[in-house]
Design a protein around this ligand. Structure first.
Ligand code: FAD
Ligand code: NAP
Ligand code: SF4
Length: 675
């Protein structure tokens, strides 16, 4: 008997059956744009082999004006059909099913040719859309229909029509972006004419036995978004127009409410999909922050939806479904919802991958094949760099011994997991613990390794991480001064007035840690919804609470300082930095930049501004926390070098600047692939 009976139950669509309730949601990986179609094919085929019932490709443009970027992948020509056929053949050979997402970006198209219902520029693009006339609208519809026809010719099992997240079809639905007075604007019947027409004509083109998913925005989270009555009306009309399945969209891209970041509670929006259950007779898919089989099973068992969509979790572990089905849930590499290697890469114009699984989207290039010669490998340091090396080397057949000076694996991840909103790091450390055990790695904890411990190994890997940087501020021996390590390890009492020195990732995290008292909003959905001003869309249009965000009172008064004059948090993650800034602002943190640290004494921290060290100011603080960056811990690496012993140095021990777990894991995995 499986622990996930709902998740693994087949879903009969009449003309075809899905083998379980897991959809791999659409992700723009950038792979299609490489034009390396065998590589694209292997990415999807790996997930098909991993057991997922149905996959949706990244958004594929129906024409130039609707593509997300100039040069983005399209489905508009015979050549496109040929290219995509490579993917569908590989997926079918692997026993999977795949639908192509048709994404018309409308005013979110990042180019001067973008079009929309009205010339209303989006806040996340510099390009105002050209208002479409009647002929222009007809062209968009026929291009979308043409893309569906070609997708069918390319062998796809269906298409997903992207109607949410604030893209083209969504832009017609709401008065926020649709100011028209013709038959495509004005009343709701007029505004929903375009999505209905698109679904009706795609269905007429592809016939009955072809999956047609419509992605419908169920909670827009933007001012003047849809009411829930409108959502229900649209859902019924889309069903009548011929959709097979409705997929849930949550929030427009320009919404100022996080919807998938790690600080969003798991399955935070499943209740929104549930509101539509019973109102239509086609299956509903729910999505957002579902990342374990337990959460997915619960969502289905409690009647929130008929299927779950998981996108990023399929980057973290292509074998998600197979492992769940085999009762090996603990071996599923968890998506920690960090966005660091997926969305941040997409928005930075880089190929998507995954912090936890650097092989994602690199399946054909980063290969962990069995070693020709089995070696003994010593890995010193069980932080992410050392763990990734040890695991990948052991998976290749090497005999690995992993050392750490502390009594636990995880390195700095054990501090990260203490931060409210970063609880997912617990799961990552737990997963490594499971996998280290399974891989037969000899684990030696509680021993600080010296040169003498490392004789007799074929390969030595030094992954000893970092040490906090000493900012050398006059008076820093004062008892009010503590380091982020002492704070996050709970070793020191922290006062009510706190100055945090250093506004990097750790300065932000320490501030969030000190601002919260009691339960983390990431683990308490009603609290999180209050903090961000999210409410029931049936009560208030688009799910925006009328009185806005209502954050809990901050537990402390915090001043966050940096020497740079730039905006605080400028270098944080592209898709998550704004969330950290907003969280701290909500809790009245004062951001002070452009400072010189003059001295610390009984009254607090004295700072001045500018090169002339003007305007000396006292920041009265009873606790001063140093988060001034980190330097490599190279003591072992240097001792080995002095003894003439060769070693590989990775992670923070190699380069501390701009180090994160993504780089550490990637470097460790790549090293192991080469041993
Ligand atoms: P470390 O994690 O520092 O591990 C080094 C290990 O080596 C330690 O366990 C240490 O005990 C051991 N060691 C050292 N010397 C010896 C020796 N001689 N013998 C035996 N063992 C030894 N990164 C992200 O990507 N995303 C985040 O959201 C994020 N949040 C963070 C939040 C906080 C609060 C902190 C502190 C860090 C965060 N990071 C984050 C950074 C990330 O944790 C580090 O970049 C990563 O841990 C570095 O990995 P590493 O393996 O090189 O070193
Ligand atoms: P960091 O990002 O390099 O920030 C260090 C901070 O200390 C900066 O604000 C810097 O600003 C200040 N600083 C540097 N030298 C100083 C000095 N001599 N005296 C006083 N202040 C000094 O490092 P971090 O915050 O320690 O984070 C370490 C790594 O972990 C980072 O690379 C980061 O990417 C990673 N991390 C990531 C996340 C995440 O969410 N992705 C979260 C936490 C940590 P000024 O020079 O302007 O003063
Ligand atoms: Fe998940 Fe982070 Fe990997 Fe993206 S990079 S898939 S958010 S773990």
């Amino acid at each position: 008997m499986t622990a996930y009976p709902h998740l693994l139950a087949p879903l009969d669509l009449g003309f075809t059956t899905l083998k379980n309730r897991v959809l791999m949601g659409s992700m723009h990986t950038g792979l299609e744009e490489t034009r390396d179609w065998p590589r694209v094919a292997e990415f999807y085929a790996a997930r098909a082999r991993g057991g997922v019932a149905l996959m949706v490709t990244g958004g594929i443009g129906p024409n130039l004006e609707g593509s997300v970027l100039p040069g983005a992948a399209m489905m508009a020509s015979d050549q496109d059909v040929e290219n995509h056929s490579v993917v569908t053949r590989a997926v079918h050979a692997a026993g999977g099913k795949i639908a192509m997402q048709i994404l018309h970006a409308g005013r979110y198209s990042y180019g001067p040719k973008c079009v929309g219902p009205s010339p209303v520029k989006s806040p996340i693009s510099p390009f105002p859309p050209a208002e479409l006339d009647e002929a222009g609208i007809e062209k968009q519809i026929s291009d979308i229909v043409n893309a569906a026809r070609l997708a069918q010719r390319a062998g796809y099992d269906g298409v997903e029509i992207m109607g949410s997240e604030g893209y083209f079809l969504n832009q017609f639905l709401v008065t926020h972006t649709n100011k028209r007075t013709d038959r495509w604007g004005g009343s709701y019947e007029n505004r929903m004419r375009l999505p209905i027409e698109v679904v009706r004509r795609v269905r007429a083109e592809v016939g009955t036995d072809f999956i047609l998913i419509y992605r419908l925005s169920m909670i827009d989270l933007v001012p003047n978004g849809s009411t829930f009555d409108e959502v229900v009306q649209l859902a019924k009309a889309v069903e009548a127009a011929g959709a097979t399945i409705l997929n849930t969209g949550i929030g427009w891209h320009e919404a100022r409410i996080p919807t998938i970041a790690t600080s969003v509670p798991r399955a935070a929006f499943a209740w929104v999909t549930q509101k539509l259950m019973g109102q239509v007779s086609i299956p509903l898919i729910t999505s957002n922050r579902i990342n374990t089989p337990e959460v997915a099973e619960d969502v289905l068992a409690t009647g929130c939806a008929d299927m779950v969509s998981m996108a990023r979790p399929m980057l973290a572990d292509a074998e998600f479904v197979n492992k769940a089905a085999a009762g090996l849930g603990k071996e599923i590499a968890p998506c920690i919802a960090c966005n660091q290697a997926c969305l941040d890469h997409t928005f930075g114009g880089k190929l998507t991958s995954c912090l936890v699984n650097p092989r994602a989207c690199h399946e054909t290039e980063l290969v962990l094949k069995q070693a020709d010669v089995v070696k003994t490998v010593a890995v010193v340091g069980a932080g992410p760099a050392g763990l990734a090396t040890a695991l990948a080397a052991a998976q290749r057949g090497h005999r690995v011994t992993l050392f750490d000076a502390t009594q636990e694996i995880g390195g700095q991840l054990n501090m990260a997991k203490q931060v409210p909103g970063k609880e997912e790091f617990h799961g990552l450390v737990d997963w490594y613990r499971t996998m280290v055990g399974k891989a037969g790695i000899a684990l030696k904890l509680g021993h600080r390794v010296g040169v003498d411990d490392l004789s007799g190994f074929d390969e030595i890997v030094v992954a000893t991480g970092v040490l906090p940087r000493d900012p050398e501020i006059e008076g820093q021996d004062h008892p009010s001064v503590v380091s982020y390590i002492d704070v996050l390890r709970g070793k020191v009492a922290v006062g009510q007035n706190v100055a945090v020195i250093g506004a990097g990732g750790i300065g932000f995290d320490v501030s969030e840690y000190l601002l919260h008292d009691g339960e983390s909003p990431a683990e308490n959905l009603p609290l999180w919804m209050r903090e961000w001003g999210v409410c029931d869309p049936a009560e208030h249009r688009a799910g925006l609470a009328p009185d806005g965000p209502q954050p809990e009172a901050p537990a402390r008064r915090i001043t966050l300082l940096q020497r740079k004059a730039e905006r605080h948090g400028k270098r944080l993650g592209k898709t998550t930095g704004w969330i950290h800034r907003a969280t701290l602002k909500m809790k009245d943190v004062s951001f002070v930049g452009g400072v010189n640290y003059e001295r610390i004494d009984d009254s607090g921290l004295h700072v001045s501004f500018g090169e002339a060290r003007e305007n000396p100011t006292l920041i009265a603080a009873d606790t001063i926390v140093f988060c001034a960056g980190q330097v490599s811990d190279r003591s072992l690496a240097e001792a080995l070098a002095a003894a003439g012993i060769a070693a590989h140095v990775i992670g923070g021990a190699d380069v501390a600047s701009e180090l994160d777990a993504k780089r550490a894991i990637n470097q460790g995995t790549r090293l192991a692939a080469s041993l």
